[in-house]
Design a protein. Structure first.
Length: 334
């Protein structure tokens, strides 16, 4: 790309007069810089800039002022790296005709499960990782994300998937985790999805039908939100439904209030425990027992505590230290 064009795209200021007028590709990490690349300094590190220059970078984008590093390098000064990355993303998404879809966090996780094949790639809510993904994308590829602010910044024309239906669906819940519902004149019995999420799923399916996105509900599994792991009283893993106790993992703090409300409409509060990191600040309307923790290992206390369901704010993979024995195959009740 021509350096002058790039400077205009990101609204930067060229502080040197280099003999070169173009660069080969964009690198976000100094270790990945190749001869002729442009390096975006995301950490305001002069040391990393020098490493990039030693590896042959033709251009540098940084918030730091030029300090006689290399007059032959195109030193492009910007006021904000985040804004620079957003402008670069908007340009790249338009140039490559990329399709961006805005979903709820639950829909995003469900889409990952039901796609056949997985033609829509998930963008994590991290600007740095999104830039790396989009820069490496092929033309006309499709992506989804669940951050509305970021979606509006990088792709104002992104397609938004609704989360509520005009006519409320008929949902038959079986316990906390299984639901039956109708879609396209077909009845789906006892699917692995809590009734709380069914309306969002149906909105997602309607969107897929409209935009010719193939999917299958034949082997719907639990998504990462409100994920149940049945256990023994000694915190050993059990198959789904084969125990009277379960840990429920939720990685997203924003979903905790609605999940707490849902649990309290289904189960007596005396049978519930809420496990929250001490850094969690929001006030919740919860009448059951609450355990605050700093490290996952502290939740081992659950092995000596009476409860039926424990909702844990945390990623299920990060909570593996809780389980003292490996999974044992047991007959399922469902």
């Amino acid at each position: 790309m021509k350096i002058d064009n790039f400077v205009r795209i990101i609204d930067g200021k060229l502080r040197t007069t280099p003999p070169i007028d173009a660069f080969a590709s964009i690198a976000l990490e100094s270790v990945r810089v190749s001869h002729g690349d442009l390096f975006i300094d995301t950490t305001a590190s002069r040391e990393l800039i020098h490493q990039a220059l030693e590896k042959g970078a033709y251009a540098i984008v940084t918030t730091l002022s030029f300090d006689n590093e290399d007059e032959e390098c195109a030193w492009i000064e910007v006021s904000s790296i985040d804004q620079t990355l957003i402008k670069l993303l908007r340009y790249t998404i338009t140039q490559k005709s990329l399709d961006i879809m805005l979903l709820s966090s639950v829909q995003e996780a469900l889409l990952e499960i039901i796609q056949t094949p997985r033609t829509i790639k998930r963008l994590r809510n991290d600007l740095f990782s999104i830039v790396k993904t989009i820069l490496g994308a092929k033309e006309d590829e499709r992506f989804c994300l669940s951050n509305p602010t970021l979606a509006h910044q990088i792709a104002p024309a992104s397609k938004k998937v609704e989360t509520t239906l005009h006519v409320k669906p008929t949902v038959i819940a079986k316990g906390l985790f299984l639901s039956s519902f109708w879609h396209n004149e077909r009845y789906y019995a006892e699917q692995k999805i809590p009734s709380l999420f069914v309306e969002e799923l149906l909105c997602l399916l309607a969107f897929c039908d409209t935009h010719t996105i193939t999917y299958s509900l034949e082997h719907l599994g639990f998504c990462e939100h409100f994920y149940p792991q049945f256990i023994t009283h000694a915190l050993c893993k059990k198959e789904f439904g084969s125990s009277d106790k379960a840990l429920i993992f939720e990685p997203l703090p924003a979903l905790i209030p609605s999940l707490v409300a849902y649990l309290q409409t289904q189960v007596e509060s005396s049978h519930l425990i809420l496990c929250l990191p001490k850094t969690f600040q929001e006030t919740l309307d919860f009448s059951g027992k609450t355990i605050l923790f700093e490290r996952v290992e502290e939740l081992a206390i659950l092995g000596d505590t009476s409860f039926q369901y424990a909702l844990i704010l945390g990623d299920k993979e990060a909570c593996e230290p809780l389980f003292i024995k490996t999974f044992t195959t047991q007959p399922s009740l469902f």
